[in-house]
Ligand binder design. Sequence first.
Ligand code: GAP
Length: 509
Amino acid sequence: MQNNEDKFKKIIAHAKEYGFVFQSSEIYDGLSAVYDYAQNGVELKNNIKNYWWKSMVQMNENIVGIDSAIFMHPTVWKASGHLGAFNDPMIDNKDSKKRYRADVLVEDYMAKIEAKINKDISKARKRFGEAFDENEFRTTNGRIKDRQSKIESISGRLYGAMEAEDLKAIKTLIEDLEIVCPVSGSKNWTDVRQFNLMFSTQMGSVSEDADEIYLRPETAQGIFVNYLNVQKTGRMKIPFGIAQIGKAFRNEIVARQFIFRMREFEQMEMQFFVRPGEELKWFEHWKKRRIAWHKALGIPEENYRFHDHEKLAHYANAASDIEYQFPFGFKELEGIHSRTDFDLSAHQKFSNKKLQYFDPELNKSYVPYVIETSIGLDRMFLSILSYAYKEEKLIDGSMRVVLAIPPVLAPVKAAILPLTKKDGLPEKAREVMNTLKQDYLCQYDEKDAIGKRYRRQDAIGTPYCITVDHQSLKDNTVTIRDRDSMQQERIDISKLSEIIKEKLSIKFY
Ligand code: GAP
């Protein structure tokens, strides 16, 4: 059986080979943590965006969308706290000249201890078989208890120091644990310093007059600064939401795991403006709605879990992540945050403009509270690929690689395949293609044996292959093959569009 690391490598290779994701500027050896979406990738990405946008904007009468600029007035980032506090602690190794996130070095150290614990547990499971009780083993085995308490002590020191922004204490912890640079193998570290994650550039034609501005690190601020414009021009009444999909940029120190952590990525965010005091009710509401959105795709429930934050950011009074089980473990896919009135009040203060809403039912004005749902489009893409990639052994002993992408998100919905290149079959197949492409992205393919063409479509996740054969010329029927079951059904050409529509339908939440 392949391990998860192998599976992840295969997914990355498949994404390249079948035109989903390419490394940016590959001919120049690539640009670290920046990726391009290829011909199939962009379709999958657009379908995810549509699924999200419909669920937010079309299904909710009180949510509208905007598309704000990436560049914003620099004071926005002072008000939001990003200029002062959007930092990661970093440390350099003086010998290799490599830079690391100091907290990640310690977390990797803890992960190694955790891996040892897991190894002991799986050995014991093999030894004791059915009778094995993991919980009892964890609480009674001396070696495991020692390792577990070591992890707890390290994590207490790390997160305590992070919260207190005590950079010296983080350095001491790295020294105490004798962590070495993975490249040089030395313990020759610099001090830990704060590193701001925002990219900056200059706006203005003359360098002396130019203002330093930033590439937005989140799309949310474009919504906050526009909330009153939207409320007034859209005659919105609280509670109401504003949705946005767009690029965000972060100069991540540790950028790894393919498109999981990128320097240029896309977010789908929705800010929901509510009466102060009602925010926790809406927080629960949006937690339920968002997990239902994920589950409606038909991906197994056990692949998702909530991680409620115990330690909250200073502006939040509740926060929870939806985590997905990626091949490298459960990791954050989406955040749902109750951000209080922190952002709007800060913008009110820094801009000197009133950002209050007059509530006609209460007959008073207030700064609304905000519930935010924020999902990384690229992470959603990766979760779909991770779920969809399957290697299957067929009855005849051969293997197929299939992407079981939920049909509504699949890049190509149907492939039109004439059985042979002669006898008028291509012409008939073109007729079918011309009708179906009015509604769906289809591919026409007449090259190679039919089995090979099926495999090509399986590999990009096309839910339906429609084969035009000699019988089609006689009775206007075709076969439609289901990607997942590989079952074929003969149906009338006139029914194709309706049948595909039915198969692609999804209930929106
Ligand atoms: N406005 C709130 C906000 O930006 P966040 O937790 O920093 O919150 C929200 O980011 C989501 O954006 C994350 O759950 C993740 O899916 C995605 N995300 C954040 N940083 C990312 C990165 N470097 N690469 C890809 N996706 C990222």
